[in-house]
Structure formats: C-alpha cells, structure tokens
Design a binder for this molecule. Structure first.
Ligand SMILES: [Zn+2]
Length: 229
C-alpha cells in the first residue's frame, strides 16, 4: 500500500445503490492506494465460458433470471478470487447482497488468510439520486455520456461531436429511480445492520458532487486509521 494510505484498512467492502458513484470512488481509491478492485460483475459469464462444473450449474439459474443460491455463488467466488494479488490491499464492490452471504464472505476471506476491516456505505438520498440520474443523457450515435448539470453539452440537448439529439435511458425516470433505491435500501438493510453491530460500518454521504464525495471518503478512511492505530 502506498505511503499516503498506510494504516488504511487492507480489506474493504463497498456498498451503495446505483447512482451513488461508488465505482468512481473505488477507482480513485485504487489509483491512490493500490487497492485490488474486486467485483463479480462478469464472474458467472466467465466461469460458464470456462465450462467449470460450478459455472455450468450457476448458468442453469442466472440464464433463467433466477437467484443463484448463496453457497454456489461463494464456491464460484472462491475460485474467482485466485486471480487477485494477495499482497495488495483488497476492495470489494457489492459482493454481499443478502444477510445469508455475510458469513459466507467471512469464510471466503478466512481461506485467503484475511478478515474484513471496514465496510464503506455510499448513502444516497432520493432527491440526490433523482437529480443525478434523471439528468443523464447519452448520444445514441457515438455513445458519449452527458449530464445536463455536471457535464452539459455545449449547445441545447445535442451531441458536441456529431449533432445527434441526446436521449435518456428508459429506466432513468424519477419513479423507477425511486423504486430502485427503495429496493436497494430494503434488501441491504439487514446486511448493513449486521456490519454496524460488528463496528465495521463507515458511512459516506454520496449526495454531493464527486469531488466532495471523494473528500468524504478520504476523511472517513483517515478517521478509521486514527481509531485503529
Ligand atoms: Zn455523438
């Protein structure tokens, strides 16, 4: 771990709803501190392509849109973890989604000789989520992304590069944003409660602009360091 980050937690789990900007914060932390970024985004697909027995079994669930059983998820995850550098600090994104996974995640870390040091929650208010996501636009022609407030196009709502009319995603309406956020909060609440009870939870307000969230992230980790030195 780089000097500015010495004393920071070595094994971190990040939680946050979509639109909280957690991936941007994880990228910044990885660049600053050398964290290995660990996610399971395309894990099932890649394991299926390798035709491992676990990958094929998991495919029978996710290809039908069915929840893959926790034990199976974590047996695949355990194999998946071998690609990450054990000498580096680790930062996990959103790999614990249900209370039954809390213990499985502890067991997984134990097999790698580690334990969880901190859980960083990027909390987002409904108003902030709506403002952030309902103002997103992209160019259907070249794919360039805009935000009417933070990254606005130069003229009207057309692409700077090719003049194409910008569009928003179908699921970026206030109602569906609100619904996604409530779903996340409902599902994740018991997980957050479990980590709070163990004294692992660090909360960062994800509502302000990215740079301010970043300051909040650094401050939270500095505080963690002071408490654990
Ligand atoms: Zn364009």
């Amino acid at each position: 771990m780089k000097a500015t980050c010495s004393g920071y937690p070595r094994t971190v789990l990040v939680l946050g709803p979509s639109g909280s900007g957690k991936d941007t914060q994880i990228d910044k932390l990885a660049a600053l501190c050398g964290y290995e970024k660990i996610g399971t985004g395309d894990m099932f697909r890649r394991e299926y392509e390798k035709k491992t027995p676990e990958g094929i079994e998991a495919y029978s669930y996710w290809s039908k849109g069915v929840w893959v059983p926790d034990e199976l998820v974590y047996s695949i995850f355990s194999i998946w973890m071998k690609q990450y550098d054990p000498e580096k600090p680790w930062i996990f994104s959103q790999v614990v989604r249900a209370p039954g996974q809390v213990g499985l995640f502890d067991d997984l870390l134990k097999t790698y000789g580690r334990s969880l040091d901190a859980v960083v929650l990027f909390a987002l208010s409904e108003e902030a989520a709506i403002e952030r996501m309902s103002l997103r636009r992209h160019c259907p022609k070249c794919g360039r992304e805009y935000h009417l407030k933070y990254v606005p196009p130069k003229k009207g709502e057309v692409c700077d590069d090719d003049g194409e009319d910008l569009v928003s995603r179908d699921d970026d309406t206030p109602d569906s944003i609100r619904q996604r956020l409530r779903e996340f909060n409902g599902k994740t609440r018991p997980v957050i409660d479990a980590y709070t009870a163990r004294g692992l939870l660090v909360e960062v307000d994800a509502s302000p602009p990215i740079e301010m969230v970043w300051q909040g992230t650094r401050k939270a980790l500095d505080t963690w360091r002071e408490e654990h030195s």
